[in-house]
Design a protein. Structure first.
Length: 221
């Protein structure tokens, strides 16, 4: 059975007004997905923690490609794409950055508690590896996921994914009850220590996106 698909898109709008309109539109799509798309498990609109007043992130999770295709063929998605075509919403000098990701089997969890948090601390990370380094890192990431799932109740969402477009890249999607929980509980864990100690030298790049949710949902029963 195929693993779930995660789509993370970064879009730069031309102004704060357009940014706010886009957030509102994505929030409306999230309401429809929550109610009418059983295969859409996450649909959230976010902005950077260091807000530039123009950037929007969309985080979307689907049970499989059929669920993804169903969402993309919906009237709401067609309408927003037509809006992009008809009006100057996105910065023409910037190309939206879209990641199509697949979870490593079993390398994910999410807690219903995230729905109760008005401002979960959300992170999307990109990790690039030397040739062969990604495979070496996987057992260490497995331990990180298991530690978070079994021993960190304030780690609300965690997943490790392969980038379908870049063979030497892993990504993570994470949400914590607070930045303090990330700093004081998750980062000092033995699993994170072991991962850094044994695989940091295999990385060629690491980029964190610290995000604030402005609409939508990060968990569905």
């Amino acid at each position: 059975m195929p693993e779930r698909i995660l789509v993370v898109a970064r879009m730069l709008t031309v102004s704060q007004t357009r940014r706010d309109e886009l957030l509102e539109s994505l929030g409306h799509l999230a309401e429809i997905a929550q109610k009418d798309e059983p295969g859409t498990l996450k649909y959230a609109a976010l902005i950077p923690r260091e807000d530039d007043s123009k950037t929007v992130y969309a985080v979307e999770e689907y049970t499989d490609k059929a669920a993804f295709d169903l969402h993309m063929s919906s009237t709401g998605v067609k309408d927003i794409n037509q809006w992009f075509a008809d009006e100057k919403v996105l910065d023409p000098d910037d190309t939206p950055d879209v990641h199509i990701l697949e979870y490593l089997p079993g390398f994910r969890f999410a807690r219903a508690e995230v729905l109760k948090r008005p401002d979960p601390h959300v992170i999307f990370a990109e990790l690039d590896y030397i040739l062969g380094g990604l495979d070496t890192s996987i057992p260490y990431w497995k331990a990180v996921v298991e530690t978070g799932r079994d021993h960190e109740p304030g780690t609300l969402v965690y997943g490790i994914l392969k980038d379908t477009q870049k063979e030497n890249r892993l990504c993570s999607i994470e949400a914590y009850e607070s930045p303090e929980y990330l700093r004081d509980v998750h980062v000092p864990s033995q699993a994170i220590h072991n991962s850094i100690a044994n695989t940091k030298h295999l990385r060629t790049g690491l980029r964190h996106h610290f995000l604030q949710k402005r609409g939508g949902f990060l968990y569905k029963e």
